[in-house]
Design a protein around this ligand. Structure first.
Ligand code: GLC
Length: 661
């Protein structure tokens, strides 16, 4: 190691355990390089200590939109692109990605997270980290752990049983840790009664011993309650600066509560981080290339949810209405906010260049919250234009004042004004297309049957309108699929019976998060996990399962594009334990791939299954365990659109079963 801890005084070592301001680590009186950190998951957010003077940057899609691409390469590209801008701005560590599971569709920060499913979230988080760190910029995988609501996030204790933690909430972090993130950020909340920032079982036993993390554990901003307790609990770095941080550690030393060797252990990891940050860095993208990367990811993350054939639109008189036409929401608010460097083109103007006919965009003034049109102007101008048009595109959304850090949503619906706009427009024309700008699930049940097509735009970054326009006119074939279930109502979610009492949030739904809940209990949903349409049609056939041993199988099948459009299909593999000896979800995602197929092309897809794909976490042996018995291998275009199925049977010899009983 370049830096020798013996060259540091005790004071310098203690000061290394706390930031010197909002965004920098100590440099030990000039003995060390000073490391700079900055947010965030969808673009660089470089601000001063008062969160002001934000530097404009390339506004990339939100991580939910990245996950909706189901394309790991694009998650890598997202990380690499943001890291490029970090290099340009002398930022050494990017405070991303968030890998928290979307436990409730109402969480205000769901746009910052990848999925309700740990497998999808883990794969996308790992690729993002690999992308960032390929530029010798570090990451901060966050927020560890059980930060699945914004409600009372500083004071509420997430009460989670061991099996649920290991099967639902740790796996995304476990997979992402394979990319060796330089840091992990602990969450604000308590975990089973002890603050994450001082929870030795969480930060030492689980994170280091079980999940194998070797880097620096830093706190979320202001998450540390007492410096000495954090040191003892396994936290390396307290952020941001707090004036009594050092005195608390000194007090812990005086009391014998912590020792200098405890401090040295944390300092050594921080010295290693500083040394990593000195690796050579190079800016490789121009501003335009970063913008094109944002467009590329948005292009694959926008989802066609419903289409009766009205899309793509090529010609005719088209009305485009809604404030997002010239002022789209491209991310939620909070620490993930990015000030886009590039001006976002007006959607109706892009469409006017492509559509053979006329595009009308009646202006309707909105106040920002709750997306209320200026009713003095009335909707009349829209209805009249819609009545005389061949098709009407309504641009609606949840509003970034609704989806933001520190706030959970009250429900999943659009504002009543926007639902009214949709319903009344549908009264004067049959040809309504709705584009929804949002960071998480939206309850469309009041109007979905009244419109012909729905495009889920997501929070798609500054490239949103180039991508959306190309999809609407058919220059681009949509290929996004939902990373989370869209329920018919927030009340259908198992987590909305009890938000917690501001002290305790009890994860009573246990394993039954997202489709694991809806599919296990046959609850109707608006759109299932993994759902997304294309202008192409894909046929699945020839499923073949080769048994290599009791828990290893080669699964292959064909996918054919039977349409005249080239396109991409996300194929999903789920496993079902038919007669499980413990309670298990009806099915669980165990693999996926995105297959690009020309018109008429047919490709073979192969997945390898191992024991990890069949196991559950047994609290009897405190380890993973494979049940003997019948399983089903399900190949689907979504969690509810299973195209191929094969039954298998696992018969492990008894001596490899429970050994402790
Ligand atoms: C915030 C967020 C965290 C962010 C940090 C720095 O409170 O929880 O995600 O990286 O503080 O802005």
């Amino acid at each position: 190691m370049k830096y020798d801890i013996k060259n540091l005084t005790l004071q310098e070592k203690i000061e290394l355990l706390t930031g010197v301001d909002g965004w920098h680590l100590s440099n030990a009186n000039g003995k060390l390089k000073q490391v700079a950190v900055a947010d965030g998951p969808n673009g660089l957010r470089k601000v001063d200590d008062f969160n002001n003077n934000q530097v404009p940057a390339t506004a990339m899609p939100s991580l939910a939109t990245v996950a909706n691409t189901w394309n790991k390469e694009l998650s890598f590209l997202q990380g690499e692109t943001i890291a490029d801008e970090c290099v340009k701005n002398d930022i050494d560590v990017l405070l991303a990605p968030g890998a928290n599971i979307k436990r409730t569709p109402l969480c205000g920060r769901n746009f910052e997270y990848f999925s309700e499913d740990p497998f999808l979230a883990g794969k996308m988080a790992r690729s993002f980290i690999e992308g960032v760190q390929s530029k010798n910029v570090g990451t901060s995988l966050k927020h560890f752990a059980f930060n699945n609501r914004e409600y009372e996030r500083f004071t509420q204790s997430s009460e989670v049983d061991e099996r649920t933690a290991n099967e639902i909430y740790y796996p995304a972090f476990k997979e992402a840790i394979k990319a060796n993130p330089w840091t992990i950020m602990c969450s604000y909340n308590l975990v089973n009664g002890v603050y994450a920032s001082e929870n030795a079982k969480l930060l030492k036993t689980t994170l280091r011993e079980k999940l194998g993390f070797k880097g620096v554990v830093l706190s979320d901003w202001g998450a540390v309650r007492h410096g000495a307790k954090a040191v003892k609990g396994g936290l390396d770095l307290r952020m941001p600066y707090e004036e009594n941080a050092s005195s608390e550690i000194y007090k812990g030393l005086e009391m014998g509560y912590i020792t200098e060797s405890d401090i040295n252990e944390h300092v050594l990891r921080i010295l290693e981080l500083i040394e990593k940050s000195e690796a050579p860095k190079k800016v490789t993208y121009t501003k335009e290339e970063r913008h094109q990367n944002a467009v590329k990811i948005a292009s694959e993350g926008i989802i066609l949810l419903k289409n009766d054939g009205i899309l793509p639109l090529k010609k005719g008189k088209i009305t485009v209405a809604g404030r997002y036409d010239s002022d789209p929401d491209i991310a939620g608010d909070g620490s993930a906010k990015v000030v886009p460097e590039n001006k976002i083109p007006v959607l109706s103007e892009l469409l006017a260049k492509e559509i053979d006919g006329e595009v009308i965009a009646p202006k309707l003034w909105y106040n920002a919250y709750p997306n209320r049109p200026d009713v003095s102007l009335g909707y009349k101008i829209i209805y009249q234009n819609a009545y005389e048009s061949d098709a009407t595109i309504l641009l609606v959304g949840t509003g970034k004042t609704v989806e933001r850090e520190g706030h959970d949503r009250d429900d999943l619906k659009l504002s009543t004004y926007e639902e009214e706009l949709i319903l009344n427009t549908a009264k004067v024309t049959d040809n309504v297309i709705v584009a929804v700008y949002a960071g998480s699930a939206v309850d469309m049940s009041n109007w979905i049957d009244k419109v012909k097509a729905v495009i889920y735009v997501g929070y798609a970054g500054e490239g949103v309108h180039e991508a959306l326009s190309d999809i609407i006119v058919g220059k681009l074939n949509p290929s996004g699929k939902l990373c989370e279930t869209f329920p018919l109502s927030a009340q259908d979610s198992p987590t909305e019976y009890d938000k917690g009492n501001s002290f305790v949030d009890d994860y009573t739904e246990k394993l039954f998060v997202g489709y694991r809940w809806y599919d296990s209990y046959n609850i109707p949903v608006l759109f299932p996990f993994g759902h997304g349409l294309s202008y192409s049609k894909f046929e699945y056939s020839n499923l073949n399962v080769i048994k290599k041993n009791e828990t290893n199988y080669t699964v292959s099948f064909s996918v054919e594009n039977t349409s005249k459009f080239g396109g991409a299909e996300v194929v999903q593999l789920y496993i079902k334990d038919v007669f499980s000896s413990v309670v298990r979800p009806e099915k669980e995602l165990r693999n996926f791939d995105k297959i690009f197929l020309k018109a008429g092309e047919k490709k073979s897809v192969t997945f390898e299954l191992t024991s990890e794909d069949f196991e559950y976490y047994s609290t009897v042996i405190d380890n993973w365990y494979v049940d003997n018995g019948a399983y089903e291998i399900l190949i689907g275009a979504s969690s509810r659109d299973i195209r191929l199925k094969e039954k298998i049977k696992i018969e492990l010899p008894f001596e490899t079963q429970f050994t402790q009983i």
